[in-house]
Design a protein around this ligand. Structure first.
Ligand code: ATP
Ligand code: FE2
Length: 334
C-alpha cells in the first residue's frame, strides 16, 4: 500500500483535510465551510469555525477506510496567502499532527496548489492557468522555475464580486452557483436579444477589474430583473477573463488552458474556455468541482511534490504568510 500525504487547507472560509497517495492518487477531502448569516466573511469568526470543526474533520478522516495512521508520510498545510487568523488554525493543526505522528511538515503555497491539483487530475503539462476564485483572479504561466502572474485583478476577485452581487439580493454565500442558476433560467425563459443588458468590461492590458461591473450590475438588476442581470454579469466578467487568458496563450506560445479556483466550477466559464481554445487549436482543462474549490487534497498534492524533491518545513520556519505571492515559490518538481 502506498504511503499517504495529508494536507490541511484553511486560507479563508473553508477548513478542509485531504489526502494523496505517494503514487499521486488523489483522495477526496473532508471539508467544512463557514457561511456567515449576513455580510461578508469576518476572519476571526471564520477562524473560530475552523477551530471548532477541526476535531470533527480529523475524526472523519481517521474513520475512513482509505486512511491508516501508519501510512502517513508527511503533513502539509497552506502557509499562505490568506486570512491570518484562518491560516493560523490550519498551521497549528498541521504542526500538531506532524509532531504527534512523527512525520515531516511541509508548508505550501495555496495558489500553486490550485495549479498542481489541476495538472494531476487533467494530465495537462505546461498550461496557462486561469485561477478564478473568491479572493484571487490571476492568469499564470510557468517561466523557468516560477509560476509567473501575467495578469490579475486590480481590485476584487471575480468570485468575491459574484458573492457581493448575490448578497445585494439577499442570496447567501456562495453566490456564484446561485447566479449561474439564475443566468441559465434567464436563457431558458427569455434568451434572445440582449441589447439592453450591456455592462462595463474592464480589461487593462493583461489585468482585470470587477468593482465597476458589480455596481453597474446591481443597477441593471433593478431595471431588468436579477435573472437578466446575472446572465449579463457572467457573460461580461467571464469574457474579460477569457480574453486575458487567450492573450497569455498567444504571448507564451503554450497550448493548454487550465481552469482553477471556485469560479472554475461554472459551466458557462468552462464553455467559453473550450470555445476560445478550440478556435486557436489549444485545449481547455479543469479538475472536478471538488478540486476547483478550496480543498485539502490540493494541499496534500503540492506537499507530495515538494516532499519528493526533499523539501521539509522546520518548525521555526512554519509561520504563516498571509501575503505569499504565486511567484515567490520556486518550482523544483518537474
Ligand atoms: P482563494 O483563497 O483561492 O481566493 P476562495 O477562498 O475564494 O479561494 P474557492 O473555494 O476557491 O475559495 O472559491 C469560492 C468562490 O467560488 C466563491 O466566490 C463562489 O461564489 C465561487 N463559485 C463556486 N461555485 C461557482 C459557480 N458555479 N459559478 C461561479 N462561481 C462559483
Ligand atoms: Fe483557493
Amino acid at each position: 500500500m502506498a504511503g499517504i500525504i495529508l494536507g490541511v487547507e484553511s486560507t479563508a472560509h473553508t477548513l478542509s483535510i485531504g489526502m494523496v497517495r505517494d503514487n499521486g492518487e488523489l483522495l477526496p477531502s473532508e471539508s467544512s465551510i463557514f457561511t456567515p448569516e449576513q455580510g461578508g466573511i469576518h476572519p476571526r469568526e471564520a477562524a473560530d469555525h475552523h477551530s471548532l470543526m477541526a476535531p470533527e474533520l480529523i475524526s472523519r478522516v481517521l474513520s475512513r477506510n482509505d486512511f491508516s495512521v501508519s501510512d502517513i508520510k508527511a503533513v502539509s498545510f497552506s502557509q499562505g496567502p490568506g486570512l491570518g487568523p484562518c491560516l493560523r488554525v490550519g498551521a497549528s493543526l498541521a504542526r500538531t499532527l506532524s509532531k504527534s505522528w512523527r512525520v515531516p511538515l511541509v508548508g505550501v503555497n495555496h495558489c500553486v496548489a490550485h495549479i498542481e491539483v489541476g495538472r494531476n487530475q487533467t494530465g495537462c503539462d505546461d498550461p496557462v492557468l486561469l485561477y478564478a476564485s473568491g479572493g484571487n483572479t490571476q492568469v499564470i504561466a510557468r517561466a523557468g522555475s516560477r509560476y509567473r502572474v501575467l495578469g490579475e485583478t486590480l481590485d476584487i476577485g471575480i468570485g468575491n464580486m459574484l458573492d457581493k452581487f448575490a448578497r445585494s439580493h439577499d442570496l447567501p454565500f456562495p453566490g456564484g452557483p446561485k447566479i449561474e442558476n439564475l443566468a441559465s433560467q434567464w436563457e431558458t425563459d427569455e434568451g434572445g436579444d440582449p441589447q439592453n443588458l450591456e455592462l462595463p468590461y474592464a480589461v487593462h492590458g493583461m489585468d482585470l477589474a470587477f468593482s465597476g461591473i458589480l455596481t453597474a450590475a446591481i443597477s441593471l438588476s433593478e431595471r431588468e430583473g436579477i435573472n437578466a442581470a446575472s446572465w449579463s454579469l457572467q457573460e461580461h466578467s467571464f469574457a474579460s477573463c477569457i480574453e486575458v487568458a487567450e492573450r497569455a496563450l498567444a504571448h507564451t506560445g503554450k497550448s493548454e488552458l487550465l481552469l482553477g479556483g471556485g469560479v472554475a466550477c461554472n459551466s458557462r466559464l468552462r464553455e467559453m474556455a473550450e470555445i476560445m481554445c478550440s478556435e486557436r487549436g489549444a485545449s481547455a482543462h479543469w479538475p472536478d468541482k471538488q478540486y476547483c474549490v478550496d480543498n485539502g487534497t490540493m494541499i496534500a498534492e503540492l506537499g507530495r511534490r515538494e516532499i519528493e524533491m526533499g523539501r521539509e518545513t522546520k518548525l521555526e520556519d512554519s509561520a504563516i504568510n498571509p501575503i505569499l505571492r504565486t511567484d515567490s515559490t520556486p518550482i523544483t518538481w518537474s
